[in-house]
Design a protein around this ligand. Structure first.
Ligand code: SAM
Length: 474
């Protein structure tokens, strides 16, 4: 008998291989069991989520009619919890020095032709000013793992630099961090530095594959990597972001693992992941995505997004510029709540484009549009691009954020914040065409604030923003 225990602190017990295999067998056996699928869909309609077993049945379901119901429900849940807001962010790569051997990542130690770069604090300043001039307020910091070149002190100093830059009306108000698994002590330091979400992709939950895909370096240690979020929580970081790099292993295995990870965090810390990212492997220097056997097509990708949305309704979902405009458009309404725009995956590259003969990028970007183009496109599709960072600045992290989400007060809080931060964006950074669409959208969306007194405050604040004042929030 194997040991599966969501409350265990041991990776191999809360992400249990046998439990995943049984889940997959159960899902396979029931993929045409309409009565069971109906029952699971009914449970999902309560908007309290699904277990990994239940959600795996929906993912495996091959009945076209039921699949349409699954998509419709995902869309409805997304509307109920997140409205039509999409939060904007950009990645900032600080350094691509790395001592790991990850076979899918161009940063791997043996790659001698990638241009190795590490930004100085002065270079970070220039990058951040360029990002502020685009209109970004929220960043995701990225580094390779290299204790000599990118020690925690470097990351902390960089965060300090970033928060300290006030240029025109610009400000980076939330810095999320995606750095390698580290110690409780270092997570405490990141918390004290004022980070938003700590993001770490599991890459794959399949231990044997994980060890092969990470043959050398500290990241080889599956347990240390898989237990990182527990250490982050112990260090005081209660907003953590999960993710799987789709393409490395069988997507149904990863899906079950991802949900088990969420169940584990909920069981131990009383709060599930703040976000889930859904990256797929892309071409990069020295990396051919076709060399990996488990690539998923756009149809499966859409199904995954829908099933994640249904299984963990309170968890934000992030899609990056790894995906094309067309693919992003297809999945936005199925459950995505955050997207990046105008991204560079090179180390530097916002202030000045990277020279062609140098390539320091982590992967090729498929959506090359500017932030202004992405913002306009979202509005044309009926979404509200939001530059809001209020929750974490108001202390609404972890379970406090989740209660806001569950209380249904998002429409009186996040919706107004989205409109006010969009107004700032339109005035400070948007092209005239984008501004025209945005101003119209704001007028229309004001009507969707349920409480009258909240609406009145927003109208007053919008007028203040017109006068040059900034940073209003609920
Ligand atoms: N060094 C940190 C770590 O060890 O997790 C930071 C991760 S890295 C800067 C961000 C993520 O990019 C990785 O976790 C991986 O999932 C993803 N990535 C790496 N190579 C990729 C590729 N070729 N295509 C798409 N995504 C890739």
């Amino acid at each position: 008998m194997y040991k599966y225990d969501p409350s265990s602190s041991k990776a191999e017990e809360f992400i249990n291989h046998e439990e995943i295999l049984e889940t997959l067998a159960y899902a396979d056996a029931n993929k045409d069991n309409i009565a069971l699928i109906d029952e699971i869909i009914e449970k999902a309609k309560l908007r309290k989520g699904l277990t990994h077993r239940e959600a795996s049945v929906l993912l495996a379901c091959s009945d076209e009619e039921k699949n349409q119901e699954i998509y419709a429900l995902a869309e409805q849940i997304k509307k109920d919890f997140y409205g039509n807001r999409i939060v904007m962010f950009a990645p900032l790569y600080l350094s691509n020095y790395c001592i790991n051997g990850c076979v899918y990542c161009p940063y791997h130690l043996k790659n001698k032709h990638i241009a190795r770069k590490k930004l100085t604090q002065e270079e970070i300043r220039r990058e951040v000013i360029a990002l502020q001039d685009m209109g970004h307020k929220r960043l995701a910091l990225e580094t390779g793992e290299d204790p000599v070149n990118n020690p925690i002190e470097y990351v902390l100093e960089s965060i300090d630099t970033i928060y300290g830059i006030k240029h025109k009306n610009g400000a980076i108000r939330r810095v999320n961090v995606n750095i390698a698994a580290t110690t409780v002590e270092n997570y405490k330091k990141l918390k004290d530095a004022g980070i938003g979400t700590y993001i770490l992709f599991q890459e794959t939950y399949h231990k044997e594959s994980y060890e092969k895909l990470h043959p050398t370096g500290p990241k080889h240690d599956y347990a240390y990597h898989t237990e990182a979020m527990d250490r982050a929580q112990l260090g005081g970081i209660d907003d953590v972001g999960l993710g799987v790099l789709f393409g490395l292993e069988m997507y149904r295995y990863e899906f079950a693992g991802l949900l088990m990870h969420a169940e584990h965090l909920e069981a131990v810390f009383g709060v599930g992941p703040h976000t889930i990212s859904v990256p797929r492997i892309k071409h990069a220097d020295d990396i051919d995505p076709d060399a990996f056997d488990n690539g998923i097509d756009d149809d499966i990708f859409a199904k995954l997004v829908a099933c994640i949305r249904i299984a963990v309704p309170y968890t934000g979902m992030i899609i990056s510029t790894r995906e094309s405009k067309k693919c992003r458009e297809r999945v936005l309404h199925l459950g995505i709540s955050q997207i990046s725009g105008g991204s560079r995956t090179s180390v530097g590259g916002y202030a000045e484009p990277e020279p062609e003969e140098e390539n320091s990028a982590q992967f090729d970007v498929s959506d090359n549009r500017t932030l202004d183009e992405v913002v306009r496109w979202l509005m044309e599709l009926g979404y509200i691009p939001s530059f809001c960072t209020a929750c974490y600045r108001e202390g609404r992290t972890g379970d406090r954020f989740m209660s806001l989400c569950k209380s249904g007060q998002i429409q009186n809080c996040c919706h107004p914040n989205a409109l006010m931060t969009l107004k700032e964006y339109l005035l400070d950074y948007a092209s005239p065409a984008t501004r025209a669409i945005g101003d119209e959208l704001i007028v229309k969306e004001l009507q969707n604030i349920p409480k009258e007194h909240v609406r009145e405050i927003v109208v007053k604040n919008l007028a203040e923003i017109e006068k040059g004042n900034r940073d209003f929030r609920f």
